[in-house]
Design a protein around this ligand. Structure first.
Ligand SMILES: [Fe+2]
Ligand SMILES: [Fe+2]
Length: 648
């Protein structure tokens, strides 16, 4: 990296200057480096490495009072400036790189030492090839005899090969291998005599005085028992093979996003699949990371971490790359993704409509189908879920081919591929799925196997939907029974107040009253019961109900108020229209018929006044009805609003 002129501002306890995000900066004066730090944004605090004292000294030397002070400095933009890899390198307070770089090795193995007195920790101790150099560097810092903990993130030879040499050199007498049981099972084969300290038995934490190490499980990346180590004190993630790269360069720090190319080539070959990798990256995002120190490649400073994680999360690796050459594997991966999506949709979506729509899209996209329809139900009631009604499901009569499969017959050949669906509870066939094609189609065995797996999931979703729908139908039936009179089918008195309040609320926003209420009573009804029978009485009531209903529009509402009394609400009428409707009702009721005695009704009619309550309106209608009865029955009496009520 070159040297540039930079404008630096010293502000309080930090210096400011312009540079690239992530650049490592060394400020130099008179040829001497004065302090170092990293840019966190293109024009922001240049934060020196944990040495405010030295910055304070520098600031006092340079300026005593100016708020912002310009001075040309020589600046190195290289993080790797003056890093001497022949000795241990402190990458964070009391965190040392103690690796050994081999010539012509694309997979340089880094080893890190956490300096913690006689509780010091060696992270991924290294290979048999690098052991002598690692031992020399550890001895420079704290001494191998003070290494109490040897974290082995997995069981590869580049991690555990150095163990015998370290033991021979003389570790802490209480030294332990820190690892997961899946790793332990293989680590013993390197011949180590060291005891194990298992992370899963210790809440995935190792407390070490003023710092705690947290372990995060990253299974199958790239080893079944792989994990990473996070040092809370410095924000350093020792990521082992994750974030590693093929890199023959002998540089310790990644300086630009170009390092991702090295990561990509390594992860493409060593990590099993995109899903497993993405899952681990998502877990690690929640850690307050200052730097990532991988076992291979380069140390990633904080400014580069987010973008590298973004790209790693979507990297096609492992099986995805193999699938480019193998159609069978490509299909399995696609099927796996499909099943994953179906499960996800089933979990997320409450309604089967969304699940069915998703499956239909899938069939169209992946199988080149024209449509998907699903039949399901109980006994005679079959529901069909199809695109036409947005897969909401509506009752239908299954066509012959579908009925044939539901009845246990073999699926027919042709343009419709049909297979049976079973209830997950009773295991009885409870429906069928149909995929329609433009030409006769035979689905191959591999696809059928996938359909079989998806079918199991669909059956669960369908069962849930049928139960939901049945409960809904029962609820509606109960509701209907509750609000309707069983003899006449009219609304009953229980629903009256609700309906009146709703209609009156709408009426209150009109300029003038538009709702009329008619109280209707069958004349001399008791005599019919006494003279004929109660059955004849019921028939008369049914006739009156029908005559009243015929006399009004569908938007008007007729109630059976009780016994032989009815109440009719007319909407959007004036008094004149209401009176003529009432007269029509009276005439329709009294139409003669041979099957029953002829009857008449008396009607009390009111036009509701603004803000009148249901109770008041009904009281007025009742009074008008009383007057109609008193005046000789078989007539309509209109309760004219008094001047007091209308004269506001
Ligand atoms: Fe490995
Ligand atoms: Fe490795």
């Amino acid at each position: 990296m070159g040297w540039d002129k930079a404008v630096v501002r010293i502000l309080g306890r930090s210096a400011r200057c312009e540079g690239d995000v992530g650049s490592r900066v060394v400020l130099v004066r008179d040829g001497e480096p004065r302090f170092e730090g990293t840019f966190f944004s293109s024009w922001s605090s240049f934060v020196p490495d944990y040495d405010h004292e030295r910055l304070g000294w520098w600031r006092r030397r340079c300026s005593t009072s100016l708020f912002a002070w310009r001075v040309p400095f020589a600046m190195s933009t290289s993080l790797n400036h003056e890093v001497d890899l022949s000795g241990a390198v402190e990458i964070a307070p009391r965190v040392w790189w103690v690796g050994s770089l081999l010539t012509n090795d694309r997979l340089q193995c880094h080893v890190y030492l956490i300096e913690q007195g006689d509780q010091s920790v060696l992270i991924d101790p290294g290979s048999a090839l690098t052991a002598p150099e690692v031992i020399r560097k550890v001895d420079q810092v704290v001494g191998v005899r003070n290494v109490r903990w040897l974290v082995c993130s997995h069981a590869d030879p580049d991690i555990i090969g150095a163990l015998p040499a370290l033991e021979a050199h003389g570790l802490h007498p209480e030294a332990r291998i820190v690892t997961h049981w899946r790793d332990q099972a293989l680590i013993v084969h390197c011949g180590t005599q060291l005891p194990f300290w298992r992370i899963e038995r210790h809440q995935w934490r190792l407390a070490l005085g003023d710092r705690t190490l947290r372990f995060v499980f990253t299974p199958y990346l790239h080893f079944a028992g792989a994990f990473v180590t996070f040092d809370e004190a410095t924000g350093t993630l020792f990521s082992s093979d994750l974030f590693g790269g093929f890199d023959a360069e002998r540089t310790l720090y990644a300086e630009t996003e170009r390092y991702f190319d090295a990561i990509r080539s390594y992860h493409e070959h060593y990590m099993p699949s995109r899903e497993i990798l993405a899952h681990a990256v998502r877990q690690l995002r929640s850690l307050p990371l200052e730097r990532i120190a991988p076992q291979h490649g380069q140390v990633i400073p904080r400014p580069l971490i987010a973008s590298i994680m973004d790209r790693l999360e979507t990297l096609e690796c492992g099986v995805y790359l193999l699938s480019r050459d193998e159609p069978g594997l490509a299909f399995l991966l696609e099927a796996n993704r499909t099943i994953h999506d179906v499960v996800d949709t089933l979990v997320r979506e409450q309604h089967f409509a969304a699940v069915a729509a998703f499956l239909a899209d899938l069939a169209v996209r992946n199988l080149d189908a024209l449509y998907l329809e699903i039949w399901s139900g109980e006994g005679d009631l079959m529901l069909v879920f199809e695109r036409a009604d947005g897969f909401a499901g509506h009752p239908g009569e299954p066509p012959t081919d579908v009925r044939h499969v539901i009845d246990g017959g073999a699926p027919p050949d042709g343009t419709r591929v049909i297979w049976a669906l079973r209830s997950p509870v009773s295991e009885r066939v409870s429906g069928a799925a149909v995929i329609g094609f433009s030409t006769p189609t035979v689905i191959d065995d591999a696809t059928l196997a996938v359909i079989g797996q998806i079918t199991g999931l669909v059956e669960v979703g369908l069962e849930r939907e049928v139960m939901r729908r049945t409960a809904e139908l029962e609820r509606v039936a109960w509701h209907e029974r509750a609000v309707h009179d069983s003899l006449t089918g009219l609304y009953n008195r229980a629903s009256l107040v609700d309906v009146l309040e709703r209609l009156f609320r709408a009426d209150d926003v009109q300029d003038s009253p538009r709702v009329a209420v008619l109280m209707v009573d069958v004349d001399h009804f008791k005599e019919i019961n006494d003279t004929f029978s109660h059955a004849m009485g019921d028939r008369v009531l049914q006739h009156v109900a029908a005559a009243l209903t015929q006399s009004v529009r569908p938007t008007d509402v007729v109630f059976r108020y009780g016994g032989e009394e009815f109440l009719v609400v007319l909407t959007d009428v004036d008094l004149e229209v209401a009176a003529s409707v009432a007269e029509r009702m009276r005439q329709n009721v009294s139409a003669p018929c041979t099957e029953r005695p002829t009857v008449s009704v008396s009607v009390g009619l009111v036009l509701r006044q603004k803000d009148e309550s249901p109770d008041l309106v009904m009281a007025r209608a009742d009074a008008a009805l009383y007057r109609a009865k008193a005046a000789g029955r078989d007539r309509v009496i209109v309760d004219e609003p008094s001047p007091m009520k209308t004269g506001e």
